[in-house]
Ligand binder design. Structure first.
Ligand code: MOS
Length: 736
């Protein structure tokens, strides 16, 4: 039976009592300022020593006896059909054990899989690829989204290259623009960006009879299990996916990519385990990217800066995949009385887009926040004041004020009023993201014969610290230290969990862990009461013992476990639904200070202030690590990152870490992180995700700071020195 409780929600100075339904059997959430011993502490990652010493095994480190190495032949053309393939020479290679030709015979981007080989060494597998005799019929292609939109462009899909992905309307924007005091219209462009996970994609597959085990670098062991079972027409319970440690995912490992069934099929053919690790080049071509965008925003306001209407027309390309959407944040940040949105997917003969850290939001917020600054400049108003006037969230308004103080917003000068050749500028942007978690994950807490505590869940730690926070939550509940809890995760043979995406993991998995730990405690008390002949309410659990409150009788947990038939006590709980009755998105804002060198066009980010709330911060070290990562990746997107295709040939020119630029350590500015305390309380740990919120506003804040410094806007990301110099030159010649 669900129980009604009152929760104190909000933030200091703005608390309110909210009646919510407590899910049946769930522990009461900890109070906002409860004195917790383990949760909320700066505990280093429990797997940190393993990682820094090289003991931690990533998929790329794994080897099995008799393991073969695989390599994939990829179509070099952006669009082609297979004319002829002869694999006999490859098969005859003495070290080759299996050759596979893909079923799909039409290749829709340069990098598409044609055939694969497994051999005793990787060098032999690569040699064998060169022995495959293949002839392609090249077909018309289009990789430039602007060309792909034109009538008569080569078709990427039979239905056509353009598809409306999102359309909505509220009120009359035309009337509202007519009545506005000021209206701006700008077009923003953002490039295709790549996930650049430190560990790329790879799978190691082994068959034992009809049981298939795949060690996979993934964000979703259960989803990969289901996809692989479908691809191979094999029962899902006979497919086991294991992922121990992973070097990042950022959305590129939420789905199964073709290398995984290729490894499994080669392993079956060869009768030996097969490891297929994608090279960085392959990884950059084939395993997802952030879709590009061209966004035209029209924004109106009354004289005092109150928004009247917004029009958002956008298109973007995700290559052969759809899903281009940038306007998701439009209704979460500011109040727009009338609105019109129209977005289009443009299909091109390029590698597929997929989710990437706050998909669509990062691109969309660049445009939205850029338009707000342009409008504020036009009205002669402080862009911070304009935001405070229109922001939907009381929390974010408080965060904006706090952040402004920390960055020294009062130093901000009107755009373009800086003299000299090193111009400083300040910018700000907001974020909203719902990382309040989902029901479904299950956690098992067991007590062994020595009293040892183990928490087991299929969920994956993609580098965010899931192992550590699970240990903390169980330890907190059971009155022990995090180091005394062993966490086992990353295995589809463990209790179910959802994918690690959408910043959902902490908020989805820790409540199940807490509920299971609470059950374990209750179970221990019940068993001890029976054995001691006491009432449960006269007992307490402390330091791996159940004690009688008055007196000195006690029983060790291990003793109680020894009495169980299996010698182990096992308790399992499931994550229940979110408590309802209040707004669920986490707010945040970031401020950036930049210096632009007008002689070289170089932009240097001097400082970022990041203010974020995300419910209860389970571990400030890990939380800050997410914010640091988000800010760094966001600056990188603003200034450096872009996948470049030569549209004459339809091939990617910079599919490697040498020429695809990412921010380096020396370019990372001072990052001041301010956790904003909010009692959110959607679940029993009150955790809310932070991974994605932390990247959303960064590029927008940097772009706005550059516009403030220069008095002109580079609306085409990344903001590279050539674009800065071109814009300055155009202005000097009176062209803008
Ligand atoms: Mo995230 S893009 O859901 O890994």
């Amino acid at each position: 039976m669900a129980k009604k409780i009152k929760l104190r929600l909000g933030f200091p100075g703005h608390f309110k009592e909210v009646a919510v339904s407590l899910p049946a059997g769930d522990p009461l959430p900890w109070d906002f300022d409860a004195d917790l011993k383990v949760v909320g502490k700066r505990i280093p990652r429990v797997d940190g020593p393993d990682k820094v010493s090289g003991m931690a095994r990533y998929t790329f480190d794994l080897r099995l006896p008799g393991m073969l190495h695989a390599a994939v032949l990829r179509c070099p053309h952006p669009h082609a059909r297979l004319k002829r393939i002869d694999t006999s020479k490859a098969k005859a290679h003495p070290e080759v054990r299996a050759v596979l030709v893909m079923e799909e015979k039409e290749y829709r981007f340069a990098g598409f899989e044609v055939a694969a080989v497994a051999a005793t060494t990787l060098a032999a597998a690569r040699q064998a690829l060169a022995l495959i005799d293949v002839q392609y019929e090249t077909l018309p292609f289009v990789t430039d989204p602007d060309l792909a939109r034109r009538p008569g462009a080569p078709r990427v899909r039979p239905e056509g290259n353009v598809e409306v992905s999102l359309e909505s309307r509220r009120g009359s924007v035309e009337a509202a623009f007519r009545e506005s005091h000021a209206v701006v219209e700008l077009t923003f462009r953002t490039p295709v960006a790549l996930h650049t996970c430190l560990e790329g994609h790879g799978s190691l597959a082994r068959w034992e009879g009809d049981l298939l085990t795949v060690w996979d670098s993934t964000q979703a062991v259960f989803d990969v299990r289901d996809s692989l079972a479908r691809a191979l027409k094999h029962p899902p319970e006979k497919v086991r996916i294991i992922k121990d440690h992973a070097g990042g995912g950022f959305g590129s490992k939420l789905q199964m990519w073709s290398h995984t069934p290729i490894a499994a099929r080669l392993a079956k053919l060869a009768g030996a385990p097969v490891r297929l690790l994608l090279s960085r080049h392959e990884d950059f071509l084939c395993t997802g990217n952030r879709h590009s965008s061209v966004q035209t925003l029209k924004l109106g306001a009354s004289q005092d800066g109150t928004f009247t209407a917004i029009s958002w027309k956008a298109y973007g390309t995700g290559g052969i995949e759809g899903g281009a959407e940038t306007s998701r944040a439009v209704d979460g940040l500011y109040r727009f009385p009338s609105l019109e949105v129209r977005e289009e997917d443009v299909y091109t003969h390029a590698g597929p887009a997929c989710a990437m850290r706050a998909p669509g939001h990062v691109q969309g917020v660049v445009a939205l926040e850029g338009a707000i600054d342009a409008l504020s400049d036009k009205l002669g108003l402080d862009p911070l004041e304009v935001r405070l006037k229109n922001d939907l969230s009381e929390i974010r308004k408080a965060e904006l004020k706090l952040g402004a103080e920390k960055i020294g917003w009062s130093r901000r000068r009107p755009s373009g009023s800086h003299s000299g050749t090193r111009k400083r500028g300040l910018g700000v942007a907001g974020t909203t993201w719902d990382g309040s978690g989902l029901p479904g994950p299950e956690v098992e807490v067991s007590i062994g014969a020595e009293g040892e505590v183990t928490a087991t869940c299929g969920t994956q730690d993609i580098g965010t610290g899931t192992r550590t926070i699970l240990a903390q939550v169980v330890a907190e509940e059971m009155g022990i230290t995090a180091a005394e809890v062993t966490v086992r995760l990353g295995d589809s043979y463990f209790p179910y969990s959802i994918l690690s995406g959408g910043s959902l993991t902490a908020a989805s998995v820790t409540p199940a862990a807490r509920a299971a730990a609470a059950q374990a405690l209750a179970g221990l008390l019940k068993l001890a009461a029976k054995e001691l002949g006491e009432r449960v309410q006269d007992l307490e659990c402390r330091e791996h013992q159940v004690r009688v409150r008055s007196g000195d009788r006690s029983l060790p947990w291990g003793h109680l476990a020894q009495n169980a038939p299996s010698g182990t006590l096992v308790f399992k709980a499931e994550r229940q639904g979110n408590y309802t009755g209040f707004e669920s998105a986490a707010a945040g804002c970031q401020f950036a200070e930049v210096e632009v060198d007008t002689d070289t066009g170089e932009v240097r980010v001097v400082k970022v202030v990041a203010v974020h709330d995300s419910g209860r911060i389970l571990n400030p070290l890990l939380w800050e690590s997410q914010v640091n990562g988000g800010v760094i990746q966001g600056i990188s997107f603003a200034l450096l990152e872009q996948r470049i295709i030569d549209h004459r040939y339809g091939v990617v020119l910079n599919a490697d870490m040498e020429t695809y630029k990412v921010l380096g350590a020396l370019e990372v500015p001072e990052i001041e992180i301010i956790p904003f305390p909010v009692a959110a309380g959607f679940n029993n740990t009150q955790a809310v995700g932070i991974g994605e919120p932390a990247i959303i506003p960064t590029a927008a804040a940097v772009a706005n700071a550059v516009a403030n410094a220069l008095g002109l806007r580079i609306a085409d990301l990344p903001i590279t020195p050539d674009k800065v110099l071109d814009a300055l030159e155009s202005r000097a010649k009176g062209r803008r």
